[in-house]
Design a protein around this ligand. Structure first.
Ligand code: HAM
Length: 435
C-alpha cells in the first residue's frame, strides 16, 4: 500500500483560481512598485544564520523560536529566510548596489517561520516587499506608506488603516528603556519568563509580547512618543505632516514596535479596519537606518515594508473582490481525424505566436468530450475542425458564451479570431463597438 502524503503543517498548495489570484496580487504590487521607481531584486531563500540573528535580533520571537535552521554538509549554519530585508541588505552590501544614488528594490517569495499555524499564520508564507536605500528624509517614509496604500487601492482595498509609531534612535530607546524598566520592575512577577529576561537585555521588546498576562501588566506604561530626542521628534512630525499632505489617514500607536529589532524611527503597519485579531496585519515595515552599517556596509539610511500575500488573499476572498485578470481569453481547438489534428497543431502554433492563448486537446476524444473540456477551461472561442471541414479549407468558429457557430475560411482564421477576441474583450470591458 502506498503512503498518502500531505503538505507539511502550516504550508499551503495553491491551485486553480487561488493560484491565479496570487499572481494577480503579486502583479498589482509589482506594477505599483515600478510606478514608484523600484527595481526587482531576488536573493536566496537561505542565508548564513548569522545574517538573520544580527539583523532581526536575538531577543525577537523570530530568531529565538521560529527559525528553520540547519547545518549543511560542511557544518555551516544556514537558515531558511524568515523575512526578506536581511537578505536584501546582505546582497546590497555584497554587490555594492548603492553607488551614486538611492537604490529602490522590490522582491517577492516564500518566507519561513516555525509558528503555531492558524488562519492567516503559516510556516511558509509569501511576502511582497520593498526596500529603499539612501534616503533619510521623511518624504521617503511618506512615499513608502503611500506605496503600500496604492497596492491596496490597486487590489480594490481602499480603506486599509495605517498605524504608525516612532521607535526613535538608540539614544531615545536607551532613555525610554530606562523609564520602562522603572515602571515594570515592580510588576516583574506579572511578566512572562521571556519578558523578565527582556527587562534586562532589550526592554522595548516587552511591548511586542503576545502573552496575555504580560499585556495586562503594561497598563499605564510610558509612551515612547514622549521620549523621542529632538531630531527623531522632528522626523516623526514631518512624516505626520506629509501623510496629511497626501490625504492618508492614520492612527498612532506608541506600542507598535513590531517583531524585529532593526527598526529606527518610523514603524508602521497596515491593518484591516474593524479586525482587531492578532492576524490583522496585512503588511508592515519601517525605517532601519543602522542595519546596513551593522551588517558591515557603509552607513546608509533605509526604509521598507512587506505585505503578507496569504492574508491579502484571505481578505479579498472575504470581501468578495477578485483581482482579475484571471487569465487571457482562451481559444480551444477541438479536432477529430488525422488531417484535422495535424492542421490543428500548426494552427495552435500560429495563434500562440500571435500572442493568442490557445489549448489543443491532446486526448484523442470525440467532439462532444472536447467541447465539454472547452467549457470547463472557460474558453472564449472554440474551433471545430474535422477532416471534412479541413478538406474544404474551412473551420467552424464557435462563440462559447453565445453558443453561436459560423463557418470561417482556414486561410484567414488567425485574423478572424483576433478580430472576434478584440470585439469580445471590448464588450467585457463595457466599451461600445458603435460610432
Ligand atoms: P513582518 O511584519 O514580520 O515584517 O511581516 C510582514 C507581513 O508578512 C505581515 O504583516 C504579515 O502580513 C506577513 N506574515 C508574517 N508572518 C506571517 C505568517 N507566519 N504567516 C502569514 N503571513 C505572515 C517583515 O517581515 C519585515 N521584513 C518588513 C520590512 C521590510 N521592514 C522593512 N522592510
Amino acid at each position: 500500500m502506498s503512503a498518502r502524503f500531505t503538505a507539511p503543517r502550516g504550508t499551503n498548495d495553491f491551485s486553480g483560481p487561488r493560484a491565479r489570484r496570487m499572481l494577480a496580487v503579486l502583479d498589482t504590487a509589482r506594477r505599483a512598485a515600478e510606478r514608484f521607481g523600484y527595481d526587482p531584486v531576488d536573493t536566496p531563500i537561505f542565508e548564513a544564520s548569522e545574517v538573520f540573528a544580527r539583523s532581526i535580533g536575538e531577543d525577537t520571537d523570530i530568531v529565538s523560536k521560529e527559525m528553520y535552521t540547519f547545518q549543511d554538509r560542511k557544518g555551516r549554519s544556514l537558515t531558511l529566510r524568515p523575512e526578506g530585508t536581511a537578505g536584501v541588505v546582505r546582497a546590497l552590501i555584497e554587490g555594492n548596489l548603492v553607488t551614486s544614488g538611492p537604490a529602490r528594490l522590490y522582491y517577492w517569495g516564500p518566507m519561513f517561520r516555525y509558528e503555531r499555524p492558524q488562519a492567516g499564520r503559516y510556516r511558509q508564507f509569501f511576502q511582497f516587499g520593498v526596500e529603499a536605500f539612501g534616503e533619510a528624509g521623511a518624504t521617503a517614509d511618506a512615499q513608502t506608506i503611500h506605496l503600500l496604500r496604492e497596492i491596496g487601492r490597486g487590489l480594490g482595498l481602499s480603506d486599509l488603516s495605517v498605524v504608525i509609531n516612532s521607535v526613535g534612535c538608540p539614544g531615545c530607546r536607551r532613555d525610554y528603556g530606562a523609564r520602562l524598566v522603572q515602571t515594570l520592575r515592580p510588576r516583574a512577577s506579572d511578566l512572562c519568563p521571556d519578558c523578565l529576561g527582556r527587562l534586562e537585555r532589550n526592554p522595548l521588546r516587552i511591548l511586542d509580547c503576545k502573552v496575555v498576562r504580560c499585556q495586562e501588566a503594561h497598563v499605564g506604561i510610558p509612551s515612547i512618543l514622549d521620549a523621542l530626542c529632538a531630531p527623531c521628534r522632528a522626523h516623526h512630525d514631518a512624516l505626520l505632516g506629509h501623510l496629511s499632505d497626501l490625504a492618508i489617514p492614520y492612527t498612532q500607536d506608541p506600542r507598535l514596535v513590531r517583531g524585529l529589532d532593526y527598526y529606527t524611527r518610523t514603524a508602521f503597519e497596515v491593518r484591516i479596519p474593524g479586525h482587531e485579531g492578532a492576524q490583522n496585519a496585512l503588511g508592515g515595515g519601517g525605517r532601519y537606518d543602522l542595519l546596513v552599517e551593522h551588517l558591515g556596509g557603509r552607513p546608509t539610511p533605509a526604509i521598507g515594508f512587506a505585505i503578507g500575500v496569504e492574508r491579502i488573499l484571505a481578505l479579498l476572498e472575504q470581501v468578495g473582490i477578485d483581482p482579475i485578470p484571471l487569465g487571457a481569453p482562451r481559444v480551444y481547438i477541438a479536432s477529430v481525424g488525422v488531417r484535422a489534428r495535424a492542421r490543428a497543431l500548426v494552427l495552435a502554433s500560429a495563434l500562440r505566436s500571435e500572442g493568442v492563448a490557445c489549448t489543443l486537446d491532446g486526448s484523442d476524444g470525440g467532439f462532444g468530450r472536447q467541447l465539454r473540456s472547452a467549457h470547463r477551461e472557460g474558453a472564449t472561442l472554440a474551433l471545430i475542425m474535422g477532416d471534412d471541414e479541413v478538406g474544404r479549407d474551412t473551420v467552424a468558429l464557435k462563440n462559447m458564451a453565445a453558443g453561436t457557430q459560423e463557418e470561417t475560411p482556414l486561410g484567414t482564421i488567425v485574423e478572424a479570431i483576433q478580430a472576434r477576441l478584440a470585439v469580445l474583450g471590448a464588450a467585457a470591458r463595457g466599451e461600445g463597438t458603435h460610432a
